[in-house]
Design a protein around this ligand. Sequence first.
Ligand code: BMP
Length: 213
Amino acid sequence: MILNSRLILALDVLSRDRALHLASTLKDRVDYVKVGYPLILAAGLDIVGEIARIAPVIADLKIADIPNTNTLICEQVLDSGAAGIIAHAFVGRDSLSACVDAARECGGLVFAVTEMSHPGAEELMGPAAERLARMAADCGVDGVVAPATRPERIRLVRSIVGDRAIISPGVGVQGGSPSAALKAGADSLIVGRSITESPNPAASADAILREIR
Ligand code: BMP
């Protein structure tokens, strides 16, 4: 995984032109651009390849299906130019392993979600997060997604996944602190609206970069 700026841009915008403009403006400030359902549904899967020509893309489809379907989904997004994919761990070892196998075939990265950043994740995912992190590490993922809104959970996940990457959403609009998340053990921050909805996205990205340096 590339770890230069330690920033991943969450590009949850609905216009192809806006997405390409933001990716071009911010490409030197971020290591990856994370593209998910909002943009892919609005602009089509080709947007992955278009953005991948500007910056490496992590396709965040939070893949969560049976192994065969997971394999088919992974192949589609990796063939379209994504450098990495995000899958859910809760679906089980066989489903997650299917994503890892598909990614290895294409030379892509796999990140598994162990616990999400929103309050509702504390209901079911929180209590299972340690087991999910252990299982994700056993499956050979490149990294996990852990919540910047709960730095103590990042610390716990770090103790389980060793030197695998931890990428953390939830800073800014969701209330998490960039420096606290990194201090707790995150390798990289996933940031969306604090940058994309700013009147000056480049300046907002620079402010976060200054805070974490
Ligand atoms: P924002 O900085 O605008 O809150 O965006 C965070 C991004 O990270 C969104 O794309 C969201 O879907 C994603 N995300 C998250 O917020 N929490 C998680 O636990 C997992 C995510 O992928």
